[in-house]
Design a protein around this ligand. Structure first.
Ligand SMILES: [Zn+2]
Ligand SMILES: [Zn+2]
Length: 167
């Protein structure tokens, strides 16, 4: 959705609200399509003392798997965006922050998508201390230890080899 900022350009204190749903089910992140249901995009564009500001709230569910134990996860996520808008960017260093208007409009879909891509984490855990799966038998170690013999640390194994050779 494109939001026309023209009506508030010359009127300090005015705001234009928006609230809609955006389909990002085709958005690929790290080889997955983690946002199958619509993203709620709401907020307002505001003229605050002649500074044009975009306030946006993104609310959606990330459907993925725990990076360690592969348990399916459905995480509610809310992101907030507050960015200035202008017809052009004067200083190079501002170009990441300022949203450049196109014919007096801002592309809300693009802002939403860009924000989600930037915030997306490479891996999500079901909980901070997820113990993951046993690399040998595949048991979920969160449910207790498996029956595999204790793991030999590779580095110690190499060290032990070294001693054996010297002997
Ligand atoms: Zn997990
Ligand atoms: Zn095991």
């Amino acid at each position: 959705m494109r939001l026309d900022i023209m009506p508030i350009r010359a009127v300090s204190g005015e705001a234009i609200p928006f609230d809609y749903e955006l389909d990002l089910s085709g958005l690929e992140l790290y080889g997955e399509y983690p946002i199958p249901s619509p993203v709620r995009v709401s907020g307002f564009a505001q003229n605050r003392a002649d500074l044009l500001l975009l306030h946006m709230e993104l609310s959606f569910h990330v459907v993925t798997r725990c990076a360690r134990c592969l348990k399916p996860l459905d995480l509610p996520v809310t992101l907030f965006v507050e960015r200035p808008m202008a017809d052009s960017v004067e200083k190079e260093e501002d170009s990441d922050e300022i949203l450049v208007l196109e014919n007096g409009t801002v592309d809300l879909d693009e802002v939403a998508r860009e924000t989600i891509v930037l915030e997306a984490q490479m891996s999500v855990l079901c909980r901070e201390d997820c113990k993951g799966l046993c690399p040998r038998c595949g048991a979920d170690l969160n449910e207790g230890p498996c029956n595999c013999p204790p793991e030999v640390d590779e580095r110690f194994a190499a060290l032990a080899d070294l001693f054996r050779r010297d002997a």
